[in-house]
Design a protein around this ligand. Structure first.
Ligand code: NDP
Length: 433
C-alpha cells in the first residue's frame, strides 16, 4: 500500500459546533457509544428471531445460553466470509465493466470507477446456486452458521475500519481532533491503493459484499424453510422476490450511486463499513429470517397490497434517482417528463434541479424507499415487531439523513440553498413533512 488517492470534498476542517456534533451522530461520545451499540443491536435482533421465538421482548422462551454459544466464531464462518469478501474483491478488480467518471470534485477533477456490478451479481448468485444444487455447500450452511457469521463480520468490520483509518488519515484536512470521531465517521473520502487505481474501497463496500450477501442470505432462509416445512411460503417468496428486484435494480442502474450522499459527502469510516458489511445483510434479512418458522396463510389482498406498494415504491425510488442522475450527467440536454429541465444555478457551480419529482419535495426518492420498506414487512403480518424493525429504523434513518444532507448542502451552497428550499418547500413527503 504505497500511495493514497485522497480526493477531498470541501477542504475545510470541520468545526466543533454543537449542531454539527448532533448531526454527526452525537459527536465523539455518541460515536463511541454507536461503535459498540450497533454490533450489539445486530446480535440482539438475531437473539430475537433465533432464540426468542421471533419476539423482541425476552420472556420464558428466551434461550440466552444458546444465543451466546451460537455467537462464537467458527472456522467455517471465518473461511466462508474471507472467501466471500476475497471473491467480491476479485470480481470488482477483474470483471469486465464500463469505466465511468464520478461527479466533478471541488478541485475540478473527477474520479474514475469501474461499473462491473452486474457481473459480480450474476456470478455470485450463479456460484452460490451451483454450490447449493451440487450439494458442495448447501445454502442452509449459512443459516446454521449465522451466529458465528455475525461475530466474524463484526470483527472483520472493526479490523477493516482500522485499515481504512490508517489509509485515509494521511493528508485529510477534514479530520477533527477526535480520533474516535475520525475512526467512526472516517478519515478518508475515497480511499484507493494508488492514485490511478480504479478500485475504490468505499464504492466496493457500499455495493458488493453486503448487498449481494443480503440476497444470498434471503435465499438461505427460504431453503431453511423448505428443509423444515417441506415448502416455501407465499410470504417468503414475496420477500425474496421484492428484495431481489431491489438489488437487481441497483446493479442495472449502478452508476446512479455516484451522485448519492454516501459517495459524494461521507468519509469512509466504521459507520459506513459496518453499515455496508454487517448491518445491511444481517438486519435487512430479518423478514426472511422471521418467516422461516412463522408460516401463515397470507390473505390474497394483503399479498396484492404488498405487490402494489412494492412496485409503486420501486418506481418512485428509481425514477426520482434517475432524474437527478441524468440531470447531473448532462444538465443542458436533460429532459424531464418531455420538457426541458428547470434548475437553480448556484454560485458554487452545481445546478439544483427543481422540476419533475425534485419540484415536489427535496427527497421524494425517500418516499419510494419507505413504501418499499413497508411492503417488505407486510407479508410477515403483525404477530411481532421484529419483522417491522426495518421500516421503523429506516424512517428514522431517512429523517436524520435528510437533516444531515440539508446541513451539508446549506454549508456548500449558502444562500442558493435557501432559495432552493423556498422554491421546494417540503423535505420528504409533500404537504406532510
Ligand atoms: P440523494 O440521492 O437525494 O442525494 C443527495 C445529494 O444530491 C445532495 O447531497 C446533493 O449533493 C444532491 N442534490 C440535492 N438536491 C438536489 C437537487 N435538487 N438537484 C440536484 N442535486 C441535488 O440522497 P441519498 O444519497 O441520501 O439517497 C440516495 C438513494 O439511496 C435514496 O433513494 C435513498 O432512499 C437510498 N438509500 C437507501 C439506503 C438503504 O439502506 N436502503 C440507505 C441510504 C439511502 P451535491 O449537490 O453535492 O451533488
Amino acid at each position: 500500500m504505497s500511495e493514497i488517492a485522497q480526493t477531498l470534498e470541501g477542504a475545510a476542517k470541520p468545526d466543533a459546533e454543537e449542531d454539527d456534533a448532533l448531526l454527526e451522530f452525537g459527536g465523539p461520545f455518541g460515536n463511541l457509544v454507536l461503535l459498540f451499540a450497533l454490533p450489539l443491536i445486530v446480535a440482539y435482533l438475531y437473539f430475537g428471531w433465533a432464540f426468542n421465538g421471533g419476539s423482541l421482548i425476552p420472556g420464558e422462551q428466551s434461550d440466552w445460553a444458546g444465543w451466546l454459544r451460537a455467537l462464537v466464531p467458527t472456522w467455517q464462518a471465518i473461511a466462508f466470509y474471507l472467501a466471500w469478501f476475497g471473491f467480491q474483491a476479485a470480481l470488482q478488480a477483474w470483471a469486465p465493466g464500463k469505466i465511468v467518471e464520478g461527479t466533478e470534485l471541488p478541485n475540478g477533477g473527477r474520479l474514475r470507477y469501474k461499473m462491473n456490478g452486474r457481473w459480480a451479481f450474476v456470478l455470485s448468485l450463479g456460484g452460490m446456486a451451483a454450490l447449493h444444487f451440487t450439494g458442495l455447500l448447501p445454502l442452509t450452511f449459512l443459516v446454521d452458521q449465522i451466529g458465528a457469521l455475525i461475530s466474524v463480520i463484526t470483527i472483520f468490520s472493526y479490523v477493516f475500519s482500522a485499515c481504512m483509518y490508517w489509509l485515509g488519515k494521511r493528508n485529510d484536512p477534514r479530520l477533527s481532533d477526535s480520533t474516535i470521531r475520525n475512526f467512526f465517521m472516517g478519515a478518508g473520502h475515497n480511499p484507493r491503493l494508488s492514485k490511478d487505481a480504479l478500485f475504490d474501497f468505499k464504492l466496493f463496500c457500499e455495493a458488493r459484499p453486503g448487498l449481494i450477501l443480503w440476497v444470498v442470505l434471503n435465499a438461505a432462509f427460504a431453503a431453511a424453510q423448505y428443509e423444515a416445512h417441506g415448502f416455501v411460503s407465499v410470504a417468503m417468496i414475496l420477500v425474496n422476490v421484492f428484495q431481489l428486484i431491489y438489488i437487481a435494480d441497483y446493479f442495472i442502474n449502478e452508476p446512479a450511486i455516484l451522485t448519492t450522499m454516501d459517495i459524494k459527502h461521507e468519509n469512509f469510516g466504521f459507520m459506513l463499513v459496518f453499515g455496508d458489511l454487517a448491518w445491511v445483510p444481517l438486519t435487512y434479512t430479518l423478514q426472511a429470517a422471521y418467516l422461516v418458522d412463522h408460516v401463515h396463510d397470507l390473505p390474497w389482498w394483503v399479498a396484492a397490497l404488498a405487490v402494489a406498494m412494492n412496485l409503486g415504491g420501486l418506481y418512485i425510488f428509481r425514477a426520482v434517482n434517475l432524474q437527478k442522475h441524468e440531470f447531473r450527467s448532462d444538465p443542458e440536454n436533460a429532459k424531464i417528463w418531455g420538457k426541458p429541465v428547470e434548475y437553480i444555478q448556484t454560485k458554487h457551480g452545481s445546478k439544483l434541479l427543481v422540476s419533475g419529482f425534485w419540484g415536489l419535495s427535496r427527497h421524494f426518492n425517500y418516499v419510494g424507499d419507505l413504501l418499499m420498506a413497508a411492503s417488505w414487512s407486510l407479508p410477515c403480518l403483525f404477530g411481532s415487531l421484529l419483522p417491522w424493525f426495518y421500516p421503523v429504523y429506516f424512517a428514522i434513518l431517512l429523517v436524520h439523513r435528510e437533516r444531515r444532507d440539508h446541513h451539508f448542502c446549506k454549508k456548500k451552497y449558502g444562500e442558493d440553498w435557501d432559495r432552493y428550499c423556498e422554491r421546494v418547500r417540503w423535505r420528504i413527503v409533500p404537504f406532510l413533512y
